[in-house]
Design a protein around this ligand. Structure first.
Ligand code: FAD
Ligand code: NAP
Ligand code: SF4
Length: 679
């Protein structure tokens, strides 16, 4: 077979079994693991990925005991009574020719409940519960628990288990001096701190026999002070290999780390070089992970020779057919994960089921079904932003004849502005995906066409997805020449000076502040120089003798002097994503963005932006700036809705045209997809 991705698609012989290619679907908790009644949904979700060709699936984490729970009543596998629901999953995956391993995750001090335990009684900075330090008997019992869960996994039909040894969970807590202050046989020296991990692997191997996959998930760099050194990590890798691990899967950074590791601003494959270094130290296959979202990136890593596998988690939510498309040499058809976390990790932290911003069917395979239509209709979609694009593409996929009207000379709507923000370069992939799908599905795309009601006669269904426009607040002097909208600033339609005030500190205000203070945009595939710069910005050192690999961040100076303002009191950026907001807040700090809350906008004139504070309008002052950028939210574009109503044409209204408040691309794409499923 000739293929563009020969290494990625090559089978991997593990001795007792063979993986059909080098792609592991990495572990992600979906929220469907916790209740037996959700087993059929979980099975459908995994089966779709197995059908899509992935080599080995790893489930979300299952605790080996209730003390190891992440949250009260979270998923666990501790008794034979729980096996039937697992068999529903393993049977479904095997029926599609796939393989699946169960992840065993003991949360340790990351457990969000009062029963949590750890190596030492040290509370984590991200959980409210102080863990109990495990006694020596408790340690022995916990090792037994891991082995028992692995044995049960085998009985349930899994092809293997993954032992979670990274991300700051229990095993990692034993490994690092930061969290292991023991002086008994399980702490006090690096060797003794490693013993817990190594014994777990050894006992698990003894429990499951030689012909069962054991992945050990190993933290290649903890990114916390008091984390492991490189020598300790290499020693651990060698010892878990010797104890019986089949594959070392890697991760990087604890949950409490202040170095971003998976958000969209992290360069692609940012840590693959560290995996390669580690892979050269052992003989078992090692899997690279983190920000590998396209086959070209994966092939690039594998082609350098040391790394045997790649683990992709979120990209498998975004596109279950990722591997099949790589096999067909059609990576331009892949719905790429843009690493936004908005519908996956943010949902997990909000205790909501996981899905995907670019693929709202993820996790809802049994509910949001796009069946071929029995009666092909003529459908007009107005507006090629995320809402209109998802409606158009999915309606066409079902067999409808779709015409898409777009006033601009390109598709994407507000998303086409978002993709110009440094750190959001990946958003261009979503536009590329839709562009290709529109071609493949023969959608009649009419660019540079502002549709009026008169253009929309003769269609069976009319979808209005005309989106939003920047809100212009009524501040005296708002028409001063120094005032520009975020769209004008980002698209370069109006010049922006060196001293800037940004009015409005929502998601867009924060993005625009980053845009204005950065010097340049990176390519999605960074150069070595850009990667080094990013590491220095976030305080990552390559000096393996530094525990945890973290030093003081050294950001480059800002390109402009920016003041970011909001009317409400309190810290800026509190409404940002749970798992991404802290990165944006840190980036603003790096770029010395001045943040002012609780302000009144008094007026704008040649001197700059005049403000005061609070209801008493005290502390009046002027912020001397060259440019004021408006990021004060948005308003729906509904003129067409009104026109159609006057012409008695019924229309479906979706996305920002429907409701502008709290609009994001997640809602826009889901609304478009659900409408298309119902047309
Ligand atoms: P729009 O994107 O506004 O699209 C509407 C389209 O309709 C436009 O292309 C417009 O030209 C067209 N149109 C209007 N009238 C007509 C007509 N009569 N005929 C033909 N065409 C017409 N969201 C997130 O979820 N995550 C983010 O990280 C994120 N970051 C962002 C960063 C920035 C800087 C910006 C500006 C936005 C960001 N967003 C983000 C918001 C996201 O882009 C919007 O929520 C989303 O684009 C709304 O989709 P929509 O389809 O409803 O509307
Ligand atoms: P937003 O989050 O609603 O923020 C609007 C900002 O404008 C607020 O800070 C608001 O704060 C201010 N504002 C509102 N009315 C104003 C007025 N009349 N005068 C002055 N200030 C006013 O909206 P957005 O920033 O435009 O973002 C739009 C959507 O895109 C958001 O819903 C967001 O979900 C999405 N988005 C998401 C991300 C992400 O990373 N997830 C990034 C960008 C955008 P005060 O009222 O306190 O002044
Ligand atoms: Fe990727 Fe965003 Fe989808 Fe999560 S929600 S899988 S980060 S595209």
């Amino acid at each position: 077979m000739t293929t563009s991705f020969p290494r990625l698609l090559a089978p991997l012989d593990l001795g007792f079994t063979t993986l059909r290619n080098r792609v592991i679907m990495g572990s992600m908790h979906t929220g469907l693991e916790d209740k037996a009644k959700d087993a059929p949904r979980l099975a459908a979700y995994f089966a779709e990925r197995a059908r899509g060709g992935v080599g080995l699936i790893v489930t979300g984490g299952y605790a080996p005991s209730i003390r190891g729970w992440l949250t009260p009543f979270a998923s666990k596998l501790t008794s034979r009574r729980e096996l039937p629901r697992h068999r529903v999953v393993t049977d479904a995956v095997h029926a599609e020719g796939g393989k699946i391993a169960l992840q065993i995750l003991h949360a340790g001090r990351y457990g969000y409940h009062p029963l949590s335990v750890s190596a030492s009684a040290l509370k984590s900075p991200i959980t409210p519960f102080r863990p109990r330090a495990l006694s020596s008997r408790g340690v022995a019992r916990t090792i037994d628990d891991f082995a028992r869960t692995a044995r049960l996994a085998r009985e349930a039909g899994y092809d293997g288990v993954e032992i979670m040894g990274g991300e700051g969970y229990l095993i990692n807590q034993f490994l690092a001096e930061r969290t292991n202050k023991r002086t008994d046989a399980w702490g006090g020296s690096p060797e003794k701190r490693r013993r817990f991990a190594v014994e777990i692997v050894r006992r698990t191997r003894a429990a499951v026999g030689p012909d069962f996959i054991i992945l050990f998930r190993l933290s290649m760099a903890d990114f916390v002070e008091g984390g492991q050194t490189w020598d300790e990590i290499v020693a651990l890798a060698r010892e878990v290999e010797e104890a019986g691990a089949t594959i070392i899967s890697t991760d990087i950074g604890w949950h409490e780390a202040r170095v971003p590791t998976i958000v969209t601003s992290v360069p692609r494959a940012a840590f693959a070089d560290i995996t390669e270094r580690l892979a050269r130290e052992v003989t078992v296959p090692v899997a690279a992970a983190n920000r590998i979202n396209m086959p070209e990136v994966a092939e690039g890593i594998l082609s350098r020779g040391a790394t045997a596998l790649v683990a992709l988690a979120r990209p498998m939510l975004a596109d279950p057919d990722w591997v099949r498309k790589a096999e067909a040499g059609a990576s331009d058809e892949i719905n790429t994960c843009i690493a936004c976390n908005q519908a996956c990790l943010d949902h997990t932290f909000q205790r909501k089921e996981v899905t995907c911003l670019v693929n709202p069917r993820a996790g809802r395979e049994t509910e949001l079904v796009l069946l071929p239509t029995k009666r092909s209709k003529r459908v007009a979609v107005v507006g090629a932003g995320p809402a209109g694009l998802s409606a158009a593409v999915n309606a066409a996929r079902r067999g409808h004849a779709v015409t898409l009207f777009e006033a601009n000379d390109g598709i994407g709507g507000q998303f086409a502005i978002a993709r110009r923000i440094p750190g959001k370069e990946e958003f261009a992939e979503t536009i590329r995906y839709f562009t290709r799908q529109l071609e493949l599905l023969n959608v009649d795309v009419r660019l540079n066409t502002r549709a009026a009601a008169s253009d929309l006669t003769g269609f069976d269904d009319v979808v209005v997805a005309t989106g939003v426009t920047p809100r212009i607040p009524s501040i005296p002097g708002i028409d001063h020449p120094s005032v520009v909208t975020y769209a004008e600033a980002v698209l370069g339609r109006k010049p922006v000076g060196d001293r800037v005030a940004v009015i409005g500190a929502g998601g867009i205000g924060v993005d625009v502040s980053e845009f204005l203070t950065e010097h340049t945009m990176r390519d999605v595939n960074p150069t070595a120089e850009e990667l080094a710069e990013w590491r220095s910005e976030w305080g990552v050192t390559e000096d393996g003798s530094v525990p945890g690999f973290v030093v003081a961040p050294q950001p480059s100076p800002p390109a402009r002097e920016v003041t970011l303002l909001q009317r409400k009191p309190g810290r800026i950026g509190l409404g940002l994503g749970k798992t991404t907001g802290w990165v944006h807040r840190a980036a603003l700090k790096h770029k010395r963005v001045r943040e002012l809350s609780g302000v009144n906008y008094e007026r704008i004139d040649d001197e700059g932006l005049h403000i005061s504070f609070g209801e008493e309008r005290k502390d009046a002052q002027v912020i001397a700036v060259d440019t004021v950028v408006i990021c004060a939210g948005q308003e729906s574009v509904r003129d067409l809705v009104d026109e159609l109503a006057a012409a008695d044409v019924t229309a479906h209204v979706i996305g920002g045209a429907d409701v502008a408040a709290e609009l994001d691309a997640k809602r826009a794409i889901e609304q478009g997809t659900r409408l298309a499923a119902a047309l």
